[in-house]
Design a protein around this ligand. Structure first.
Ligand SMILES: [Zn+2]
Length: 404
């Protein structure tokens, strides 16, 4: 009798094991399907949001978070387990976790950075998707005209600290990768330190300094140790500190408040690059119209510095004047843009060299969000609203209300 029970339980165990294996295989293929769809639609992130009876899958496409599909609740946990297996995360803990993995779809490798956040109704997952070998250049990202020339000048400097700041979803990592590729020359030694993934980023930076590199790119410049090491390294190396913040002044203030040597910071600070981004209108289905006289009048009434705008327009597009250009809006939606009307993102950079006044404010510890903002705006090579306007006039992005 006991043998029969034992045999039966072994049978159940085997069946459960095979079900489990089949379940995990199903979850693996569901994950593959979701990722394949996200990559095909050019999503920058995929979100799994558990609800009480289902799970909502959202995709961030061209900066907008869109609902993609709803999957049944019983698939949530196996899917989370499949992600954790891939990212080598602990399946038993209910603490927030981060991990990465790479997948290859249609011969195109994509790095996936996974964040798991436990909630009362299951784990929320965010998967950030990035092409493992991005090939975009600064021009392709939206750095044109005088901002590109100025950034090129900064990147040729023998020493100093450049802050590269971007807001959420602004393709900042792509910009830092494009800068890295631009600097990959046989005559230059470039070191790359990441503040987020390594446990002791300042120790890692010190280690990189032993090699005496020409340029050091620091992803996620934060924390007093790393900022202090970066500031002292800027005395004899070109240091590019990449950090994400809501504004240029917020990032600058954070660095100024963490740095213990205000004099060196002020002396070696080259300037701040702030990057926001906009959805790129689909070039296939966008409608191009000439500017109406009302729109022309609106521009000259609401844009205070027409000279700056005209100059940037001329140098970027080689067109004689704005009225000769076209602008477009409301793309119809087509197969190429998956009927969304947008296809990718474009950067709106604002590049501000550190002025003498700004340097003085840093040394005296007089710097505030307001003073930093006013100094950075004053010294900007091209104001971001001028760049925005020229890109809208040329039909690359949606026209933003000038009166706003
Ligand atoms: Zn389209």
């Amino acid at each position: 009798m006991q043998r029969v029970v034992y045999a039966a339980s072994a049978k159940i165990t085997n069946r459960l094991e095979s079900l489990d294996k089949r379940g995990s295989r199903e979850a693996d293929s569901l994950l593959q399907l979701l990722l394949r769809d996200a990559i095909k639609r050019r999503a920058s992130s995929l979100h799994l949001e558990p609800q009480t009876t289902s799970t909502i899958v959202r995709l961030r496409i061209d900066g907008r978070l869109l609902r993609s599909k709803i999957i049944s609740k019983h698939l949530h946990d196996p899917l989370v387990a499949a992600i954790k297996r891939q990212a080598e995360l602990d399946d038993q803990t209910f603490l927030p976790q981060n991990g990465s993995f790479t997948i290859e779809i249609a011969h195109q490798p994509t790095s996936i950075h996974a964040t798991c956040l436990p909630t009362l109704i299951g784990e929320r997952i965010v998967l950030h998707l990035e092409p493992a070998e991005p090939t975009t250049s600064l021009q392709q990202l939206g750095y044109w005209g005088s901002p590109l020339t100025e950034l090129g000048r900064w990147l040729a400097l023998p020493r100093g600290l450049i802050l590269l700041v971007g807001d959420h979803g602004s393709q900042l990592q792509q910009t830092s990768a494009a800068i890295m590729r631009l600097l990959q020359q046989p005559s230059l030694r470039v070191a790359h330190v990441s503040g987020s993934t390594s446990r002791q980023p300042s120790a890692k930076l010190n280690l990189a300094l032993i090699d005496n590199p020409d340029v050091i790119l620091i992803n996620n410049l934060s924390g007093s140790d790393l900022i202090d090491t970066a500031v002292s390294a800027a005395a004899s190396h070109l240091v590019i500190g990449v950090t994400s913040a809501a504004s240029a002044e917020a990032a600058l203030l954070e660095v100024a408040s963490w740095a213990s040597d205000q004099y060196s910071l002020s002396r070696f600070l080259v300037g701040v690059v702030f990057q926001s981004s906009e959805a790129l209108l689909c070039p296939i289905c966008r409608q191009v119209h000439p500017l109406s006289s009302v729109q022309q009048k609106l521009i000259s009434t609401h844009y205070p510095d027409m000279g700056e705008l005209l100059g940037h327009y001329r140098s970027t597009y080689g067109l004689p004047s704005i009225p000769a250009a076209c602008y477009s809006r409301e793309p119809k939606g087509c197969k190429a843009c998956h009927h969304s009307g947008t296809n990718g993102q474009i950067a709106i950079p604002e590049i501000s060299p550190a002025s003498i006044r700004l340097k003085r404010l840093i040394i005296n510890g007089d710097i505030s969000l307001r003073t930093a903002q006013s100094e950075l705006r004053k010294s900007a090579i091209l104001k971001s609203d001028a760049d925005h306007l020229t890109k809208a006039l040329a039909g690359h992005i949606e026209w933003r209300s000038l009166a706003a």
